[in-house]
Design a protein around this ligand. Structure first.
Ligand code: NAI
Length: 335
C-alpha cells in the first residue's frame, strides 16, 4: 500500500507524471495538489481502471495538508519552467519560495515521507528542502532526493543515437553524476553498461559533443517548444521511473540502485568516500545510491573515471558549490 502525492500535479510534468503513476499498479493511493485544476485532473484520472484511489486538492481549506496526510512519497514538480534564453538558475527567484512553502507543508504533515524534488534549479531546491526540514527538527537525509533521472535517460538515448543503435537505448545505463544543470552534469560514459566501444570512448570529438548534448539536452526541448516550456513528457517518464524504484525499495526489494542528487551525509561512510574521491567537502552530489526501506541505504563510490571525465570535475564542483550555497542561504538567511 503506497500513497504518492504530486505537488504541482496540474502542470506540464505533473499531469503526465500523475497519469504514469495512476497506471502503475504498485501505487495504491494518488493525491494531487496544485494551485489550479488539481481536482479536475484527479477526477479524469480516477476513471482509469487501475487500483490507485485518486484525489485532488486546491489551496483553500487546508488542501495541502489534506493532500499530504498519510503520504509515503511526495514528488514536487511545482514551479515555473524555463523559456528560451533562461538557465535553470534564472528560475530560482520564483521556485525557491514555492519549494520552501511546500517543504514546510511536508515537514509539518508528512515528515517521514520520501521527498523527490523535480522543481529547478535542483542543485539549490534540494538544499532548500533540507534546510526547511532541519528548521522543523525532522530532517532525515536518507529521505530527500533530487530527481536527476532525466540526465541518465538522455545519456542512454543520445549514446545509442550516436552509435546508430536505437535498440541499445533502453538497455544502456550511463552513470551521470555531479548536479543537474549545465557544467555540473557529468556523464561518465566510460562506466556505461553494457560497455561502449573503444572507438566511441577514445574519440575526443565524439565524447565532447555527446557530453555537451547531455549537459544541455534540456535546452533542445526549451528551444523546440519556443516559449511553451521545458521538458515535460520525458521528465514525467523519468520521474515515474524513479518513483517506481523508491516504491520497490520501500516494499523490501533488494539491490535497487538509482542515480540521485543527495546529501552526502545520508550515508556517512559512503559520503566520505565520495568526498575523498572528489578531494573536496561538497555537501551534496548526484551519485548512484542503493535504496532500501528507509531510503538511501548506501551511497556508491564514483569509481574509476577517464582523464577526460576527470578534467570536467573542477568546473562542475565550483558551480555546484555556489548553487548549494544559494539554496542554503535562502532559508538560513531568512532566520
Ligand atoms: P508548469 O508550469 O507546466 O507546471 C508547474 C505547475 O506547478 C503548475 O500547474 C502550477 O500551477 C503549479 N504550481 C505553481 N506554484 C505552486 C504551488 N505553490 N503549489 C502547488 N503547485 C504550484 O511547469 P513544468 O513544465 O511542469 O515544470 C515544473 C518544474 O520542473 C520547473 O521548475 C522545471 O524547471 C522543472 N523541471 C525539472 C526537470 C528535472 O530533470 N529535474 C526537468 C524538466 C523540468
Amino acid at each position: 500500500m503506497v500513497k504518492v502525492v504530486v505537488l504541482g500535479a496540474a502542470g506540464g510534468i505533473g499531469q503526465p507524471l500523475s497519469l504514469l503513476l495512476k497506471t502503475n499498479p504498485v501505487v495504491t493511493g494518488l493525491s494531487l495538489y496544485d494551485i489550479v485544476n488539481a481536482p479536475g485532473v484527479a477526477v479524469d484520472l480516477s476513471h482509469i481502471n487501475t487500483p490507485a484511489k485518486v484525489e485532488g486538492f486546491l489551496p483553500p481549506n487546508e488542501g495541502l495538508k489534506q493532500a499530504l496526510t498519510g503520504a509515503e512519497i511526495v514528488v514536487i514538480p511545482a514551479g515555473v519552467p524555463r523559456k528560451p534564453g533562461m538557465t535553470r538558475d534564472d528560475l530560482f527567484k520564483i521556485n525557491a519560495g514555492i519549494v520552501r512553502d511546500l517543504a514546510t507543508g511536508i515537514a509539518t504533515t508528512a515528515p517521514k515521507a520520501f521527498v523527490l524534488v523535480i522543481s529547478n534549479p535542483v542543485n539549490s531546491t534540494v538544499p532548500i528542502v533540507v534546510e526547511v526540514f532541519k528548521k522543523h527538527g525532522v530532517f532525515d537525509p536518507k529521505r530527500i532526493f533530487g530527481v536527476t533521472t532525466l540526465d541518465v535517460v538522455r545519456a542512454s538515448t543520445f549514446a545509442a543515437e550516436a552509435l546508430q543503435e536505437p535498440s541499445l537505448a533502453s538497455k544502456l545505463v550511463v552513470p551521470v553524476i555531479g548536479g543537474h544543470s549545465g557544467v555540473t552534469i557529468l556523464p561518465i560514459f566510460s562506466q556505461a553498461q553494457p560497455p561502449l566501444p573503444a572507438s566511441f570512448l577514445e574519440n575526443k570529438e565524439t565524447l565532447e559533443a555527446i557530453t555537451h548534448r547531455v549537459r544541455y539536452g534540456g535546452d533542445e526541448v526549451v528551444k523546440a517548444k519556443d516559449g511553451a516550456g521545458s521538458a515535460t513528457l520525458s521528465m514525467a517518464y523519468a520521474g515515474a521511473t524513479f518513483v517506481e524504484k523508491v516504491v520497490r525499495a520501500v516494499s523490501g526489494e533488494k539491490n535497487i540502485v538509482a542515480p540521485t542528487f543527495v546529501y552526502l551525509e545520508s550515508d556517512a561512510a559512503g559520503g566520505a568516500v565520495i568526498k575523498q574521491e572528489l578531494g573536496t567537502d561538497v555537501p551534496y552530489f548526484s551519485v548512484n545510491v542503493e535504496l532500501g526501506p528507509s531510503g538511501v541505504e548506501k551511497i556508491l563510490p564514483i569509481g574509476k573515471v577517464t582523464a577526460y571525465e576527470k578534467s570536467l570535475f573542477a568546473g562542475a564542483l565550483s558551480e555546484l558549490e555556489t548553487n548549494i550555497k544559494t539554496g542554503v542561504s535562502f532559508i538560513d538567511g531568512a532566520k
